[in-house]
Ligand binder design. Sequence first.
Ligand SMILES: Nc1ncnc2c1ncn2[C@@H]1O[C@H](COP(=O)(O)OP(=O)(O)OP(=O)(O)O)[C@@H](O)[C@H]1O
Ligand SMILES: O=P(O)(O)OC[C@H]1O[C@H](OP(=O)(O)OP(=O)(O)O)[C@H](O)[C@@H]1O
Length: 334
Amino acid sequence: MDLVNHLEGRLLFAVPKKGRLQQATLDLLSGSDIQFRRETRLDIALVKNHPIALVFLPAADIPTFVGEGRVDLGITGGDQVAEYEAHSPATEDTGVEKVLDLGFGQCKLQVQVPEKGEIKGPEGLVGRNVVTSFVGLTEQYFAGLEGLGDKMVNGNGDVPVRNQLRTKIKYVGGSVEAACALGVADGIVDLVGKILEGWSVIRGMLTAVESGETMKAAGLKAIDTVVESTAILIKSKHPSNQKLVDMIASRINGVITAQKYVLCQYNVDRNLLETVTKITPGKRAPTITALEDPRWAAISSMVLKEKIASVMDELTACGATDILVLNIANSRAG
Ligand SMILES: Nc1ncnc2c1ncn2[C@@H]1O[C@H](COP(=O)(O)OP(=O)(O)OP(=O)(O)O)[C@@H](O)[C@H]1O
Ligand SMILES: O=P(O)(O)OC[C@H]1O[C@H](OP(=O)(O)OP(=O)(O)O)[C@H](O)[C@@H]1O
């Protein structure tokens, strides 16, 4: 099939073609009932049930395609958007707009140095060699450290900040963590992932901790954070079909909300209504239904998944009974 001729009239939606964000993105599309079949080796897939074409691109390239208005919508890391913005400042027609934070792909872009080396803080890297895949953000960061922060304008004959920096910043496309051991760098600026740790009894919620496995394995330690990131849905300044963009954003938001919340149902003596509704206030307000026994009421309320165990403990302690927790398949909120 000549795919290019089938793109006419379709909203172009860029999704990561590989890597850490791909599976969660595909799960979101499936939860949003965006149906497609991707032919082997093809980076464009036509959506069967909407006038949309998915374009599979490297996460790092998605902000450029969206920012230049070649693609209407995209899912990528907030770090990639920040990097794009560091070297391509937005104009009236170019640049990306953030639509939704998607919550997955949590990571931090950090300054790292050899654990056993002499450099203790980021100032120790000024004037030295730094290797990264995020050149724009790293230049901005060291410009700040070197006191060049307010001279970052490239136009009007100003010397680009890159040429004024004393720190030498070099680009590599991957395996950044090897640069110090190989003698190419004194320090690096690289991503450190976050993983869900599990239930914290102390905090009464699910907690995420830094993974840092790659960093530790390479004998490095983090000495500062340049940017924190999660996956985001972005759109171009003038999308070809704003109505469709709104529909997709609303569907994706529904899936994310459904993943974050559970529905908690229980019965309670009406005298306790004021107390228990403070424990389960819901997103807007809890639903209170009358029971056959006029002294009792049934309550139904959305509760953050990460808090449900402590909420159930509190409800039980207050005298609520028949507490049920149900998963939410999908949702739409106002
Ligand atoms: N360890 C990690 N934990 C969580 N999220 C990460 C991690 N590493 C990267 N990410 C997120 O995923 C995005 C894509 O990174 P990833 O390395 O998977 O891309 P890729 O397209 O496979 O690139 P490459 O070929 O350079 O590895 C990053 O921009 C970041 O937002
Ligand atoms: O904190 P961790 O969970 O160990 O993850 C961090 C690593 O993940 C990313 O690399 P990736 O594995 O995508 O490969 P790359 O080095 O080729 O970019 C990043 O660049 C780090 O090297």
